[in-house]
Design a protein around this ligand. Structure first.
Ligand SMILES: [Zn+2]
Length: 372
């Protein structure tokens, strides 16, 4: 998951990373600013100057987006919701908040905090542009970055999920109706409406001869449409999984293995032969750890003959647990939050099974086939 991202910094304990698509956009932006936008707006400068202010403006824009996301992160922390990571990619960034906002009020303020930062930056850079008249190159950068922050502010106010304005809308409906399901669906559908509007306007611009801006507009619309659809699907998944408990989907085939068994023997006699998914590893006759097919996959196949189960198992103290009667949505959020693919199922302090993402998928296929 994190392999698509490049860690670049850590701010107030929050890892900041770049999606690799970011480099392409950074290059395209610098290029379009240096080769076209600035020469057209401010004729008569040397070409290296255009490229330099193009790159500087792109960097300031990147810092602006980062500050926008840190605004969300600071508000989330205020409500004691941990932030796992901030990822910056094509159109901005995502502050990955662990779990979901607990109340409409916290969702509202977390959503509002980012656009407020963009508005403040827009005002700051626009003011700097007014003061920097003696150095026209600086003025060009400040005016552009100020303008873009104001656009970022306005764009994020569009009241459709997944934009910040959509989250604000969702929080307001949620607060008024106490119904997160309804609030999410309304905000997502408003988001789809705006997505189609963007695509429509984009196509009209392309037909009118403004191909470059039209393509961007249509692309943003397409991006918003797929994000809104993903949100609706997530809500549907939540609706289904909340109705069932861990007991109904977990694997109870939890056999015990001696800790000294090698991984190739394990693969051959247990995972392949008996179709097992998870095993308790025993040490001195007592359960000491959990071993699943993921630990097997993580170990290079060449080393299977010399690696034992107890070398790669997850020690019991580190294994994540859910309760037998937890609902499946809660269990899935728990796995996401902890970044694991399986959890131990416990009842009265005893291990009674395991629940993995594969278990959830086959359970969903099962109830789908049953027409539930
Ligand atoms: Zn935002």
């Amino acid at each position: 998951m994190t392999s698509k991202h490049l860690r670049i910094a850590r701010i107030a304990g929050i890892p900041i990373s770049l999606d690799y698509s970011w480099f392409l956009i950074f290059f395209l932006l610098t290029w379009s600013l240096g080769a076209s936008y600035f020469p057209m707006q401010y004729p008569g400068w040397a070409s290296w100057e255009y490229w330099a202010i193009g790159a500087l403006a792109a960097i300031l824009l990147f810092i602006s987006v980062l500050l926008h996301e840190l605004g969300h992160a600071a508000a989330a922390r205020h409500y004691r919701i941990p932030v796992r990571e901030i990822t910056l990619f094509i159109f901005g960034g995502v502050a990955q908040i662990q779990g979901e906002p607990k109340s409409a009020r916290s969702e509202f303020w977390i959503a509002v905090a980012g656009p407020v930062v963009s508005l403040a930056l827009g005002a700051l850079f626009s003011t700097l542009a007014l003061v920097a008249t003696a150095i026209p190159q600086l003025l060009a950068i400040f005016r552009y970055v100020g303008y873009l922050n104001l656009m970022l502010f306005l764009f994020n106010l569009v009241p459709g999920f997944p934009l910040d304005g959509g989250r604000v809308l969702r929080a307001i409906i949620w607060g008024a109706s106490h119904d997160t399901h309804k609030a999410t669906l309304i905000a997502a559908n408003v988001g789809r409406f705006f997505a189609y509007l963007f695509i429509f306007i984009g196509l009209a611009m392309i037909l009118g001869g403004n191909i470059y801006d039209g393509l961007w507009m249509a692309f943003i619309g397409w991006f918003l449409e797929s994000a809104a659809v993903a949100q609706v699907q997530r809500q549907k998944l939540k609706d289904i999984l909340s109705r069932y408990t861990v007991r109904q989907a977990m694997s109870t085939k939890l056999a015990a293995l001696p800790g000294h068994i090698t991984l190739d023997a394990l693969a051959e006699h247990h995972f392949l032969d008996r179709g097992g998914r998870a095993y308790l590893v025993q040490k001195n006759g007592r359960p000491a750890g959990l071993l699943t097919i993921h630990q097997l996959r993580k170990t290079p196949k060449k080393q299977w003959s010399v690696t034992t189960a107890e070398q790669v198992m997850i020690p019991l103290a580190q294994a994540r647990t859910v309760h037998l009667d937890d609902d499946l949505w809660t269990a899935l959020l728990h796995m996401d939050r902890e970044g694991v693919n399986q959890v131990l199922v416990v009842e009265n302090g005893a291990i009674v099974g395991t629940l993995s993402r594969e278990d959830l998928i086959s359970f969903l296929q099962h109830i789908n086939a049953a027409g539930a």
